[in-house]
Design a protein around this ligand. Structure first.
Ligand code: ATP
Ligand code: MG
Length: 263
């Protein structure tokens, strides 16, 4: 995102040497990065490299073994978990909407419970968000009356409506049929373009390059690449090159096209 011109960039999320070990197995080691307010970091890497675990550590669904995570300069382990999770939202591939509630009520529920908004205020805010994700007019539909992509957009609207400091998105398109992927990607591009601070885990390399200010690649629980999408995609590291080539094959894109997708 462009610099706002208001002095130095503010770091909203500061991940410092985070490690996570489960019964002698190292899942994450020495993961460090900073997310500037209003920016987007995309996270790519092979299956099992620790991407989901990293996101889960950031909002403390998993306990880190060492290092620290700072949100607006405050160590997150000093915050109560519910407060932290209302500041760092997470939407995953297995988004869980309430089946008995319509789209509007799915979005208003968190606003009323977490943000203690009035019914009227919550309804207004939820309608704005449903509109932003392209679901105006569908607010009375229950999840089973919506497509997978529409349901995923309700889940994103529900998380974004809470206006968290950081929104974490874990493979939000990977459970969708190919024709529904683009509509959800467009919603994420819209969020990125409107100043939401995002961490986006995706295996869609072209999208990862397009949406992000900073692209990060993980392997075996470690950050092995970090930089502008263009620089990361141009990495000379053989394992990275093979990963990008494999993931771009079949999509009709080349590494240079993906890297240049974002000016
Ligand atoms: N609580 C846990 N206990 C034990 N092992 C775990 C735990 N959480 C994750 N793992 C292991 O940690 C590794 C990283 O898993 P993770 O789900 O973070 O990978 P990922 O990069 O998100 O993969 P994918 O692309 O398939 O979603 C895997 O080997 C996984 O089996
Ligand atoms: Mg994962």
């Amino acid at each position: 995102m462009p610099d706002t011109g208001h002095g130095p960039a503010e770091v909203v999320l500061d991940v410092q040497s985070v490690g996570m070990t489960v019964s002698d197995t190292t899942i994450l080691s020495d993961v460090s990065f900073q997310l500037e307010r209003g920016h987007t970091i995309s996270v790519v890497g092979p299956s099992g490299s620790g991407k989901s675990t990293l996101l889960r550590c950031l909002n403390r669904l998993e306990q880190i073994s060492h290092g620290s995570v700072l949100l607006n300069g405050v160590r997150t382990d000093t915050l109560p978990a519910p407060a932290l999770r209302s500041r760092i939202g997470l939407v995953s591939q297995k988004f869980a909407l309430f089946g008995h509630l319509d789209a509007l009520a799915n979005v208003t529920l968190g606003l009323r419970r977490t943000r203690h908004m009035s019914k009227h205020g919550a309804n207004q805010q939820a309608m704005q968000w449903l509109d932003r994700v392209g679901l105006a007019g569908l607010e009375k539909r229950r999840p089973h009356e919506l497509s997978g992509g529409q349901q995923q957009r309700v889940a994103i609207a529900r998380a974004a409506a809470l206006e968290p400091d950081v929104l974490l998105l874990d493979e939000v398109t990977s459970a969708l049929d190919p024709e529904l992927v683009e509509e959800v990607e467009n919603v994420v591009l819209g969020l990125a373009g409107s100043g939401t601070s995002l961490v986006v885990v995706t295996h869609e390399i072209v999208f990862a390059a397009k949406v992000a200010d900073v692209m990060l690649m993980m392997e075996d629980g470690q950050v092995v690449e970090v930089g502008s999408p263009k620089d990361v995609l141009a990495s000379s590291r053989p394992r990275s090159q093979r990963f990008f080539a494999r993931h771009l094959r079949g999509s009709g894109d080349t590494v240079s096209e993906a890297g240049l997708a974002r000016p």
